[in-house]
Design a protein around this ligand. Structure first.
Ligand code: HXC
Ligand code: NAP
Length: 268
């Protein structure tokens, strides 16, 4: 449906799961791709897959907690491709744990990757954005909006990500840059779901807690990112878009006690 021929798309944390599917969707729509994450093998495999889809693609290794590494990789990507039309920032970490079982460093590690990492990405891409016109998308989670037992670190970090989205939408809107968040619901076959609901029983409970009674597909999230970066969304700025089958209307919190019980009984 969408044509991104000739456009440059950067996906940070793009080497697996939802973010890789987003990169692949843009590649299939004609874009040039730069992807980044920590693991060289994952980056290389993703670049290979993107090239097989016909895209001009490159990748680099960087931890989003290391702004200099990000800056180096992005400078190389810009040298190769020119200005960035779309940036997706989706690196994240999660492990279910009750707050009382978390060290300061455990809480901090998720805040550093999800929230501070998103800030690092936004700051590092800024000099290379197509201006006016670039679309920036931060990947959030329903835990940003609804409290959930066992997810204090993710809830706090992703709430911060969404507020960063809104602040940047205000500050950068005058330059024709749009900044939005996409909030995936529980997505089938992903690392996030494997960690949150590792058994078939827990996964079924998650499915039942989604008003649409199904888990998301990575393509559901990718399509939302294509739409938000298309001319059809040119007046959409500063929104947090749930793509979650209605999970953020309540299902997220209803699952908390299930997770809490599983953690307390040692099943997680
Ligand atoms: C308590 C834990 C823990 C656990 C780790 N820690 N796992 N504490 N319970 N289950 C603690 C460690 O003991 C340590 O604290 C601190 O966290 C940092 O751990 P490290 O292993 O040193 O960190 P690091 O190597 O930087 O790895 C970061 C990570 C890791 C987040 C811990 O899991 C990771 O790299 N994850 C990336 C992939 C991922 O999580 N994908 C899912 C994204 S899904 P101490 O005090 O011992 O030093 C998502 C939302 C999903 O984001 C929503 C689903 C619906
Ligand atoms: P995933 O496969 O683990 O993807 C995370 C990506 O980020 C990987 O490419 C990972 O690669 C990279 N990454 C992790 N830590 C990094 C760091 N410190 N620096 C740079 N890159 C890092 O997880 P996923 O389940 O698909 O989740 C993707 C996004 O969707 C996340 O933002 C998550 O919060 C969000 N989300 C997921 C769900 C779900 O159901 N899965 C629901 C709501 C929101 P490396 O290991 O190579 O670094």
């Amino acid at each position: 449906m969408w044509d991104f021929s000739g456009q440059v798309v950067v996906v940070i944390g793009g080497s697996s799961g939802i973010n890789r599917a987003i990169a692949e969707a843009f590649a299939s729509a004609g874009a040039k791709l730069a992807v980044a994450s920590r693991n060289r093998n994952k980056v290389d495999a993703t670049v290979k897959a993107l090239r097989e889809l016909g895209a001009d693609a490159t990748g680099f290794c960087a931890d989003v907690r290391d702004p200099e590494a990000l800056e180096r990789g992005l400078a190389e990507a810009a040298e190769r491709f020119g200005k960035f039309d779309v940036v997706v920032s989706g690196a994240a970490g999660n492990f279910p744990a009750l707050a009382s079982a978390m060290s300061s460093n455990a809480f901090k590690s998720v805040v550093d990757i999800d929230l501070l990492g998103t800030f690092h990405v936004m700051r590092a891409v800024e000099p290379y954005l197509t201006q006016p016109g670039a679309s920036l998308i931060n990947i959030s989670a329903p835990q940003a909006q609804l409290a959930m037992a066992g997810q204090a670190h993710v809830c706090a970090a992703k709430a911060g990500v969404d507020m960063l989205t809104r602040c940047l939408a205000l500050e950068w809107g005058g330059r024709g840059l749009r900044v939005n968040s996409v909030m995936p619901g529980p997505v089938d076959g992903t690392e996030g779901m494997r960690r949150l609901a590792p058994s078939a029983e827990l996964s079924e409970q998650v499915r039942q807690s989604v008003p649409l009674k199904r888990l998301g597909q990575t393509s559901d999230i990718a399509h939302a990112c294509l739409f938000l970066s298309s001319p059809w969304a040119s007046f959409i700025n500063g929104v947090v878009l749930p793509v979650d089958g209605g999970w953020s209307l309540g299902g997220v919190s209803s699952l908390g006690p299930v997770l809490e019980q599983a953690l307390a009984s040692g099943k997680r």
